[in-house]
Design a protein around this ligand. Structure first.
Ligand code: PMP
Length: 458
């Protein structure tokens, strides 16, 4: 029964992150299958998946080896858990593999099913650790304005976007936000990237001192801020903030949910941007998005604290049914095997200059205030006036309109709050496909410009 899917959808589904009222008019884009970097709708129309789904389908859409890995594990042992000392070989092997790969001192790995759960676990482990260490007051969590860390109660509190706070009674007390490291929007006129970084490090220092360092547990950062607008922090930013955190004994957590597994041309974003975190969170591309899996690295001091704290009550009271799901772990192992064999990360490094050159080329378009990126991720900021950086009235929905034009041109990209557009294709994209992506995006921008003129927007 595949007929009339769009109408049935509107009657039955609530869609995440969707304008619920507008959706009743527009209906869904129902996708049916995928191949390489292309997805196809129910009418057979192809689209370049310029967002790798939601920043995750690194190996594209028709990877038979991933399908076989899932199928083999499904037949052999579709489910067992990791509670109470139960285990299975895919989880053990994946934890070993990740320990080798992750650019942080890692003693153990804890698995989750999503990025939100991974970051939520990080928060809980920080609280648990500081209780074990007798530092009961050291519990506050800092993250960036416009940072994105998830949607659970704790991680939505960390996420620094208005849609995740207003009307949700969030953030919870104890979740603080540091200024967004976005040079284009945040710098004073004439302020260099290095000077801007130094100023933000000073503001972070002041925030920690104001709160009391004995009350601040950790700072969560994305290497490149994804959902906030594909924002690459300015030169020297992480070098400037890390000494501040060290001085106040505030742990640094890298949220590698988007940047992990090759996106920036290194296995993890931290390696590209000089971040030395205590722990990191991963999800998404670890399975190339084929199955839900996330997790966190645990360093030795944290593990020691967990041992001590759990001994008090006799159990480590945290975990979900699907922590380390065997089929998801099997697909992750195969994903990493393919990454290594096919030199996917090196491939990103080789393709990035072309991708970034085409992205920078869009900065000449009258609507584009800033075109920014690194590796195979990029963002555009739409402005009404390039000189003053003035934006259109958010109600006009200019970036959303541009994304709709892109879809009509056979390209899927994503609009983000603040009239921003994100581009994050599968890592297996070819040079010709990169050209096709940017040609379509250019046509979408041109159509948007014509629409703005027709509507008389200012
Ligand atoms: N952290 C980052 C950086 C993310 O981009 C996302 C999701 N886009 C999350 C956490 C949350 O992951 P999930 O949607 O899997 O819960």
């Amino acid at each position: 029964m595949r007929s009339n899917l769009a109408a049935r959808d509107v009657e039955t589904l609530v869609h995440p992150y969707t304008n619920l009222a507008a959706f009743r008019e527009t209906g869904p884009l129902v996708l049916e299958r995928g191949h390489g970097v292309y997805v196809y709708d129910t009418d057979g129309r192809p689209y370049i998946e310029g967002m790798a789904g939601l920043w995750c389908t690194a190996l594209g859409y028709s990877n038979e080896e991933l399908v076989e890995a899932a199928s083999e594990q499904l037949s052999r042992l579709p489910f067992t858990h990791l509670f109470s000392g139960r285990s299975h070989d895919p989880a053990i092997e994946l934890a070993e593999t990740l320990k080798e790969l992750m650019p942080v001192p890692t003693s153990k790995v804890f698995f989750t099913s999503s990025g939100s759960e991974a970051n939520d676990t990080q928060v809980k482990l920080l609280w648990y650790m500081n209780n074990a260490l007798g530092r009961a007051a050291k519990k506050k969590i800092i993250s960036h304005v416009k940072g994105y860390h998830g949607v659970t109660v704790a991680t939505a509190s960390m996420t620094g976007l208005p849609a995740n706070h207003a009307d949700w009674d969030l953030p919870l007390p104890g979740f603080l936000h540091a200024p967004c490291p976005h040079h284009y929007r945040g710098a004073e006129p004439g302020e260099s990237e290095a000077a801007f970084s130094a100023r933000l490090a000073g503001e972070l220092d002041a925030l920690i001192l104001r709160e009391g360092p004995e009350t601040v547990a950790a700072f969560f950062v994305e290497p490149v801020m994804g959902a906030g607008g594909a924002i690459v922090p300015p030169a020297g930013y992480f070098e400037a903030i890390q000494p501040v955190l060290e001085r106040h004994d505030v742990r640094l957590v890298a949220d590698e949910v988007i940047c992990g597994f090759g996106r920036l041309g290194t296995w993890f974003g931290s390696e590209s941007l000089g971040i030395r975190p205590h722990t990191l969170s991963f999800a998404k591309a670890v399975t190339s998005g084929y199955l839900p899996l996330g997790g966190v690295s645990i360093d030795e001091p944290l593990y020691r604290a967990m041992l001590a704290e759990s001994a008090k009550i006799g159990t480590f009271g945290h975990g979900t049914t699907y922590s380390g799901h065997p089929v998801a772990c099997a697909v992750a192992l195969k994903t990493i095997e393919i990454f290594r064999r096919d030199r996917i990360v090196e491939g990103v490094g080789a393709k990035a200059p072309h991708f970034q050159a085409r992205l920078s080329g869009l900065a000449d378009h009258p609507l584009v205030g800033e075109a920014r990126g690194i590796g195979l991720i990029g963002g555009l900021e739409i402005v009404a006036d390039k000189g003053s950086k003035r934006q259109y009235d958010p109600k006009a929905g200019v970036a959303a309109r541009c994304v709709a034009f892109a879809q009509a041109e056979g390209l899927i990209v994503r609009f983000l709050a603040g009239d921003r557009i994100a581009i994050c294709p599968p890592l297996v994209i070819t040079s010709e496909e990169i050209d096709a992506l940017f040609d379509r995006l250019t046509r979408a921008l041109d159509r948007t410009l014509a629409w703005i003129a027709a509507e008389g927007l200012e």
